[in-house]
Design a protein around this ligand. Structure first.
Ligand code: ADP
Ligand code: MG
Length: 500
């Protein structure tokens, strides 16, 4: 470690401030990243992390302060110059070309830098193979990106950065969509990159993992750097405290009364190749968890409960009434709501206003005379934003302008406005920071307290333990076990049951 602190700074931010009109997104932030070092940039949504990345890569210009590469001040830094200096960002969506191959995607940026208009196949393959060998990863060079699982897409994005001679790789929420095992593999890869002299700036909400792989932790809050130090000085609790400025604890839910009536009854539900023989009763006021790793069938089950995937057999009843299978409109009409895992592609109309996103599917409620009444639309949205404590500018702003945690609240508000009986939440806090996460857990408890049945599907075991009365363990498409929440079962127990 002493060697690393001696290596010269690769990238330096000096007192960087970024203002957007009245908002100060970054407030006098200093940051140094050295070759071979991994830095964790932690902070709640809205704390300025993305803005810092944008300033670093020349997408945004600081209002004050400066950026230095290799000790040289960068006046009017552009993204092209940042790339030339070896600074590469891997965004959450990876920005890959889905219909091109692994080799083409990896070689893309490097090829473009040579001025070639088309990707030269043989050269692309050679270049890609070389990079894959360098990081010790084997992937089919000819596989199309769209066919790959998320973890492999991420590897391709990392390799693409390396092929373009990255010296600093910035990863925005890199562990969000990964299973524990995939995260371990990613961390291994990051260690390898570091030993190769590549620096990594890690923006992550999965705290324990971040601490494991980073030398330094930098915490932003409201655009200010509120904590900085060696990763060994932090643990999950102190990091959370630094990020939120308070303690965030989540307790398991209050026990369910014995008289809670059955609400949703699922009998023998199956879909070939995805899940089999799922029978579940959900009671009013109950929070039921489904714990499953990626590939366990958990997401298809979640979708099937809301009609987005059609089961081959079985029944779903709400209040004793059969709900047609494979029909999301019927499911919604019956009072089932579904919040997808992938808000960005499945849940939200990013360019549309917050208010429109909340009112989706219920515009007639705001159009008494057949004309959409924007006043009531906005008033309703403003009310929900307040109830879900979204610190949003105003309901007419595009959803795109909100942070991940607040986008998730907009999806929740949409369903709450419909007054559903059952809410299915697939990965409710995926991509959400700890503070918002605790608040989302509070919202789940509140919904259940009002008599809704809530199903939480997640691979985030602490989340399930904090929110659920019961947890079903799903493996290879089967419910293998049921665990009672609050029975003293630990994360380690649950993790063992999932993996064994
Ligand atoms: P994070 O990535 O940590 O969630 P951001 O850097 O995205 O935070 O945002 C920091 C603050 O700056 C937030 O209050 C956000 O609303 C605001 N902000 C970010 N980008 C813009 C922009 N283009 N215009 C106005 N405000 C912005
Ligand atoms: Mg961000």
């Amino acid at each position: 470690m002493s060697i690393k602190t001696e290596s010269p700074p690769l990238v330096t931010l000096e007192a960087v401030t970024k203002r957007y009109a009245a908002i100060t997104a970054l407030d006098g932030v200093d940051l140094t990243i050295r070759a071979g070092e991994a830095v964790c940039l932690a902070g709640e949504n809205g704390s300025g992390k993305s803005t810092l990345i944008k300033v670093l890569v020349g997408v945004e210009r600081p209002s004050a302060g400066r950026v230095l590469f290799d000790g040289v001040p960068q006046i009017r830094l552009t993204p092209t110059e940042a790339t030339a200096a070896g600074v590469q960002v891997i965004f959450q969506d990876f920005s890959l070309f889905p219909n091109l191959t692994v080799a083409e995607n990896i070689a893309m940026t490097a090829e473009r830098a040579t001025g070639a208009r088309l990707v030269h196949t043989a050269r692309a393959r050679a270049r890609a193979a070389e990079v894959l060998a360098r990081v010790g990863v084997s992937l089919d060079l000819d596989a199309r990106i769209e066919r790959l699982p998320v973890a492999h897409k991420q590897l391709v994005a990392i390799c693409r950065a390396l092929a373009a001679d990255a010296r600093l790789i910035i990863m925005d929420e890199p562990t969000t969509a990964l299973t524990e095992r995939e995260v371990d593999r990613l961390l291994e890869l990051i260690r390898k990159l570091k030993s190769d002299g590549v620096a990594v700036l890690f923006v992550s909400h999965k705290l324990a993992e971040v601490l494991e792989v980073c030398e330094t932790v930098v915490v932003l809050r409201n655009g200010e750097k509120v904590a900085e130090g060696p990763a060994t000085d932090f643990d999950a609790a102190s990091l959370t405290r630094a990020m939120t400025g308070r303690d965030v604890a989540s307790a398991p839910p209050a026990p369910l009364g014995p008289a809670a009536p059955p609400l949703l009854q699922v009998e023998g539900l199956g879909r070939a190749g995805a899940f089999e023989n799922v029978s579940v009763d959900l009671r009013a006021g109950e929070v039921l968890g489904v714990a499953g790793l990626l590939g366990s069938g958990r997401t298809t089950l979640a979708k099937a409960l809301f009609g987005l995937a059609r089961p081959d057999r079985g029944t779903i009843m709400l209040d004793g009434i059969d709900i047609p299978l494979g029909d999301p409109i019927a499911a919604a009409a019956a009072g089932i709501g579904y919040v997808p895992e992938d808000r960005l592609t499945e849940g939200l109309f990013l360019e549309q206003s917050i208010a429109h996103n909340i009112a989706v599917g219920r515009f007639d409620a705001h159009a008494p005379n057949g004309v959409l009444n924007l006043q009531t639309l906005w008033a309703e949205a403003a009310d929900w934003l307040k109830r879900l404590s979204v610190k949003a500018p105003d309901p007419t702003a595009p959803v795109r302008s909100l942070s991940g945690g607040n986008q998730q609240r907009v999806v929740l508000a949409r369903w709450m406005a419909r007054q559903p009986r059952v809410l299915i939440l697939n990965g409710p806090s995926v991509g959400v920071d700890v503070g918002s996460k605790a608040e989302i857990h509070g919202i789940i408890a509140d919904l259940a307290g009002r008599g809704l049945g809530v199903i939480v599907i997640s691979d985030d075991l602490p989340e399930l333990l904090a929110t659920c009365h019961r947890i079903l363990v799903m493996k290879d498409g089967l419910i293998t076990e049921e665990v009672t929440g609050g029975s003293g079962v630990t994360e380690a127990d649950l993790s063992h049951r999932l993996a064994s």
